[in-house]
Design a protein around this ligand. Structure first.
Ligand code: NAD
Ligand code: LMR
Length: 337
């Protein structure tokens, strides 16, 4: 009896470890880019990742060969469009992270990237629907407020959309907000958690500074809010035509992807991250997707947290964010429909 149950337990452990191993292939699409390279480097250090699959239209063999020498347990493969590379990159993927597309130059808004990035994201969504429909999809490519609806509509067309597994990556906004508040308050950023809701561009980025437990003068509130909403522009200006945030984005993207892995293959409970997901929070105002803190579980989005108590100042910010978000989402939806 004892022997039989022990064998059963060994067998079930084996079955678990085999399926867990199969489950943690992570694909990065746009892996040779400014975000893709450092993001792939960070994912190589994640112990949940068993296979790192790097896809780009150029330069992936070199990036993959380089990262593959790092002595962590995952294998690394690089693919380009040749020889059905996208298919091989995606098949069996548990998580697909997408930073493919062009970045901004000074003077551009994220929406100005729509014409180029919309079709890139749609094409990658079509391939994802075909080769790994059950994966978790993390969308970094801008404009996120529109690329997430594009990805969703494409998956819907293919009949494989699962709203629990599609995330617009807005982590950089909370990373920045934490850093900026810490600077103002002279504190360690780890003690400055800031909830940021809405979307990922300008006025759609709404920091809930009233929930930080800190007090701010009106000037500080205005300055911090503006800096969090337009932090991306600071980097675009500083890079002076050579791109937008890549390193801080890789940090933020790896944090979000690691949280998804912790919750979906690591069995961790109570994992909460902000993300732009299909949400009912502002559905009555015609906004289908909204970023707020979400609780992640084994199957992806488990619970979407509401905004909680917010100040009149923040209500005003939300009222400016909603119409802009609605416009961006409609634009994404219409592109596919
Ligand atoms: P980049 O130009 O350095 O890299 C983009 C990569 O995508 C390139 O290597 C390019 O070859 C590749 N690519 C283009 N078309 C492709 C396709 N069809 N399939 C696969 N790969 C393809 O740009 P970047 O700085 O890495 O930025 C990438 C995107 O991320 C931009 O749209 C940028 O605006 C966005 N971004 C988002 C956030 C966010 O918070 N969500 C933050 C920073 C940047
Ligand atoms: C960011 O917030 O840094 C990114 O969305 C890139 C950009 O265009 O600002």
């Amino acid at each position: 009896m004892f022997a039989a149950s022990r064998i059963a337990s060994v067998a079930s452990k084996r079955a678990f470890s085999t399926s867990a191993a199969n489950l943690s292939k992570v694909a990065v699409l746009g892996a040779a880019g400014g975000i893709g390279q450092p993001l792939s480097l960070l994912m190589k250090q994640n112990p949940h990742v068993t296979e790192l699959s790097l896809y780009d239209i150029v330069n992936t063999p070199g990036v993959a060969a380089d990262i593959s020498h790092i002595n962590t347990n995952s294998t690394v493969k690089g693919y380009t469009a040749e020889n059905d590379g996208l298919k091989s990159a995606l098949e069996g993927a548990h998580v697909v992270i997408i930073p493919a597309g062009v970045p901004r130059k000074p003077g551009m808004t994220r929406d100005d990237l729509f014409n180029t990035n919309a079709s890139i994201v749609r094409d990658l969504a079509e391939a994802s629907a075909k080769y790994c429909p059950d994966a978790h999809f993390l969308i970094i490519s801008n404009p996120v407020n529109s690329t997430v609806p594009i990805f969703a509509e494409t998956l819907k067309k293919a009949g494989v959309f699962n709203p629990k597994k599609l995330y617009g990556v807005t982590t950089l906004d909370v990373v920045r907000a934490s850093r900026f508040v810490a600077e103002v308050k002279g504190k360690d950023p780890k003690d400055c958690k800031v909830t940021v809701v809405g979307g990922h561009s300008g006025v759609t980025i709404v920091p809930l500074l009233s929930q930080t437990g800190e007090s701010f003068t009106k000037e500080q509130l205005d300055a911090l809010t503006h800096r969090i909403q337009f932090g991306g522009d600071e980097v675009v200006q500083a890079k002076n035509g050579t791109g937008s945030a890549t390193l801080s984005m890789a940090f933020a993207g790896a944090r979000f992807a690691s949280s998804v892995l912790d919750a979906t293959v690591g069995g961790k409970k109570g994992v909460v991250e902000p993300s732009f997901v299909q949400s009912d929070l502002f559905k009555d105002q015609g906004v289908e997707y909204f970023s707020s803190n979400i609780e992640l579980g084994p199957n992806g989005v488990e619970k979407i947290n509401g905004l909680g108590e917010i100040s009149d100042y923040e209500k005003e910010l939300i009222s400016k964010a909603v119409p802009e978000l609605k416009k961006n989402i409609t634009k994404g939806n219409s592109f596919v429909q």
